[in-house]
Write a protein that binds this ligand. Sequence first.
Ligand SMILES: Nc1ncnc2c1ncn2[C@@H]1O[C@H](COP(=O)(O)OP(=O)(O)O)[C@@H](O)[C@H]1O
Ligand SMILES: [Mg+2]
Length: 244
Amino acid sequence: MTSPAPVPMLAVRDVVKAYGGVRAIDGLTLAVQRGELHSVIGPNGAGKSTLFKLLMGTERPDQGSVVFGGIDITNVPSFRRARLGITAKFQNVPIYQELTVGQNLFIPLRRHHRPAAIPHETDVLLDRLHLSGTASLPARSLSHGQQQWLAIGMALAAKPEVLLLDEPAAGMSPDETRDTGEIVRALHAEGATIVVIEHDMAFIRQLEGTVSVLHYGRLLAQGSMDAIESNAQVREIYLGSAAH
Ligand SMILES: Nc1ncnc2c1ncn2[C@@H]1O[C@H](COP(=O)(O)OP(=O)(O)O)[C@@H](O)[C@H]1O
Ligand SMILES: [Mg+2]
């Protein structure tokens, strides 16, 4: 007898999402397991951002379902998904530039922790985010990369069940990109379930997780980065075009 398949932490099943005549997502089924670090890649227009919105609940599918821990959340609005434990860090970071780094973290931390625990939780987050020693600095004094890490910290402060990261390395220097990879890998090593939507192949390679390749809103390939990079179809549509 085979054991039953595990219930995915987060999944889309047979999802279609069209804008006008364009099927941004075209019959996609994709599952993220608890504790998995799962990257979604694909060329421009592949449907990555649309998938992100469908997972967040800021868009609804025309067909198919979104499932969280075995529960159908297709019609659950975004703010309630956040309460269920689906938290995202978007590209445009809503951090408060005039507040200090510590004050920024305090805002989400106080909703999820006892007041007495907040100083310790702040230190733990800053350490995880390579931001130790910055608590009393204004957020605006941080580099672009550091501000992105602070935003990841604000998402983590909510103690999410699953963390969605939308192009976490966008606009970063090579050093910051590498540090971001280390931060994400360390969170995964501690047991976090993380979905990364990303264009930068070098960054995804560094993560060493499961990779799904989208193309025209469909799943073209799935596996380790090694398997993805040796897949002829992927090379043609993605790596091939990048090499020219
Ligand atoms: N709000 C929208 N209105 C019209 N077309 C859209 C909209 N969002 C996405 N699309 C189209 O859907 C396809 C997938 O887009 P998107 O999900 O942004 O891909 P990616 O993030 O992988 O670049 C593209 O052809 C895009 O033009
Ligand atoms: Mg996009």
